[in-house]
Design a protein around this ligand. Sequence first.
Ligand code: MRU
Length: 350
Amino acid sequence: MAQTSYSVKTIEWQGDEVVMIDQRILPLDEAYIHHRTWQEVGDSIKTMVIRGAPAIGVAAAMGMALAAMQSSASSYEQLKADLDTAAKGLFETRPTAYNLGWALKQQEQIYGQPGDPDEIRRRLKERSQEILDEDIAMCVAMGEHAAPLFPKGARILTHCNAGALATAGYGTALGVIRSVFRRDPGIMVYADETRPFLQGARLTAWELQQEGIPCRLITDNMSGYFFKKGEIDAVVVGSDRIAANGDVANKIGTYTVSVLAKVHGVPFYVAAPTSTVDLGIPDGDHIPIEERDPAEVTHFREVQCAPAGIGVCNPAFDVTPHENVTAIITEAGVHREPYSESLAAAKKGK
Ligand code: MRU
């Protein structure tokens, strides 16, 4: 059994408050934000205090529990109306991460049936904690399934941050790397910096450094150089949404890495819990891609690095076609083509 120790608490209940580490200011500052309302949780999802599909799902589930506590409703009908409003508001925060809608549906299973308002309030909070605990367990299981896929001394490229910070803890892609490292301390990780939000430079590099996992930070445009030199043995990334055919949405730039991996004959692995798998869409063309604020591209924090008024594109995600994916690892195991069958089997009963 892999250890689950990791240094970061991404999100947790403290009494009746939801506390998140502020991922916008890491690694230079470590601060925690306390949330008492679903609106505050929604703002933190939108502004990336918390980010990463599974972590967003946990936050949404906790946001629904806060919404129930905020509501003064004494009747089921009024509570349901208040919760529907909260669910709509939370759903609209970020469009690509499937875990967000998945978590809201989990909560809807509780408040969608008439019942005693106080019992619904209790269950929503309890379920949000279960979703957090299940997420960590799924990450650990993914690590166990995936670790044997990596050769000894593997040099592994990852993109964005799919670590403890992007989940309830342990991580998907970084969870896999943690599990590989525990079996083989001789591995080396190349972390793409991941422009424009720098999740790789700020978060992945920080997580790996804290655990003493050997890491080299590279800019996104350097990976081709290292593939060509034969210095990358495998790629592992997370995902925000996986379509029924195995097409994978992940942080912008992931598609480019998958093409490089294919050209160079390097395995390209995706690690994601089944709560990221959207069997309701046939392929990646149906995945909504979030367009974010141009200031993320023209500025770093307050510092401007492009001419004022320049036109900007800032899609936050891209889609890697399933043909470029060697295997998808979920908590249920290692899935390969045809993904339409293997993913459907993994989701069965969930
Ligand atoms: O915009 P972000 O930082 O929320 O994007 C995160 C990613 O793309 C991650 O790779 C993905 O959510 C998987 S996290 C386990």
